[in-house]
Design a binder for this molecule. Structure first.
Ligand code: KG4
Ligand code: ZN
Length: 337
């Protein structure tokens, strides 16, 4: 594939509408993300139908904008890539259909991208990581509002899920704890700010699955404990927030340690998803990586959270292997790696 090949990427699987134009050498020619947070905030979570309509409303303008910024017509593209799952089906249909329309009209290959694969491969985008992309195999810890799993990434298309959450995703746990503390949605960043003024050792909260074999996660018991503590009314919210965050960080580090035991051949620990923004979580995982003599790689925050650059990059990884998809490809709300 030529280094000047260009892909248009589209992301619409949850509540971010995003488009990007990426060159094969890693140059981001243009990118835009529209966060629908305002649309969903009043409901305290993502409302699928509102999300689908917002994607429909914003995606065409966003694509026109990035194509204009990239300074090229559709004829200058080599392929179109869109997230085709897993995610909310309405949004997936909007993004994938749009991409198929462009592909059909301009005779371009269509690439149906698995959103989890896009997160898994982001660190390989040329120029993104200061010390260069990690070699295979590496361990991916995907920590977002919708996903919480440990994945062994052995190569393109070679993913082994070592563990995942038995109930809530870790971002969901942050959001629920934040809600109990009266913070606005999405609560993760608010909770972190509140926790900064609290004592993480003051309240003994459970650390679900800590020390257990394997690397599955569970957060519902922790959330219940937070609810009980709040209801007792004897603790400062800042101390509850700090103690919650410390419990989550400890659990994540323990689960990641078990995952590393299960995959001792890995050359790095890669962290992605919105929760990777959390300082306490990053610090705990950083300590673990250091103790194991491994680099910890976390993409810059805007590429940790949902974006279209990662979708376009996954497109290149697949296109290079000739893995194009027919226009009859259907988006999948559930699509395990
Ligand atoms: O990856 P992401 O942007 O979207 C998906 O869920 O796909 O992750 C959003 C999640 C939310 O649950 C949000 O509360 C959480 O990441 N989050 C944080 C922080 N920033 C975002 N959680 C804890 N601390 C943060 N600083
Ligand atoms: Zn995501």
């Amino acid at each position: 594939m030529k280094p000047d090949a260009v892909i248009l990427g589209i992301e619409s699987s949850c509540d971010e509408t995003a488009a990007a134009v990426l060159r094969a050498d890693g140059t981001i020619l243009a990118e835009a993300v529209f966060s629908q947070q305002q649309e969903h905030a009043a409901f305290g979570g993502v409302v699928p139908e509102i999300a689908a309509r917002a994607h429909l409303q914003h995606l065409p303008g966003l694509v026109a904008k990035v194509m204009h910024q990239a300074g090229m017509g559709y004829a200058g593209l080599n392929a179109v890539a869109a997230t085709a799952g897993p995610g909310l089906i309405g949004g997936l249909i909007v993004g994938a259909s749009f991409a198929k329309g462009v592909a059909l009209a301009h005779g371009l290959p269509f690439l149906a991208i698995n959103h989890l694969e896009a997160h898994a491969l982001t660190v390989r985008l040329p120029g993104l990581m200061p010390d260069g992309p990690p070699g295979f195999p590496y361990l991916l810890l995907l920590l977002s509002g919708g996903h919480c799993q440990c994945v062994l990434v052995e190569g393109l298309g070679e993913y082994r899920r070592l563990g995942s959450t038995l109930d809530d995703a870790v971002g969901e746990a942050f959001d629920k704890a934040a809600k109990l503390l009266g913070l606005p949605w999405p609560g993760g960043p608010h909770l972190e700010r509140l926790a900064a003024g609290g004592d993480p050792a003051l309240i003994a909260l459970p650390r679900p699955l800590l020390g257990r074999p394997g690397c599955d996660f569970s957060f519902s018991g922790l959330k219940t404990a937070v609810a009980r503590t709040v209801a007792l009314g004897q603790s400062r919210p800042a101390d509850i927030a700090a103690s919650f965050q410390a419990a989550v960080a400890a659990v994540l580090a323990d689960r990641a340690a078990h995952a590393l035991d299960m995959a001792p051949q890995v050359t790095g620990l890669v962290v992605a998803g919105g929760v990777a923004a959390n300082g306490a979580v990053r610090a705990a995982l950083g300590r673990l990586a250091k103790a194991r003599g491994l680099p910890m790689l976390a993409p810059p925050l805007s590429y940790c959270t949902d974006n279209a650059v990662m979708v376009a990059w996954a497109g290149f990884e697949r296109l290079r292997h000739g893995l194009v998809d027919p226009l009859s490809h259907n988006p999948r709300p559930r699509w395990p790696l």
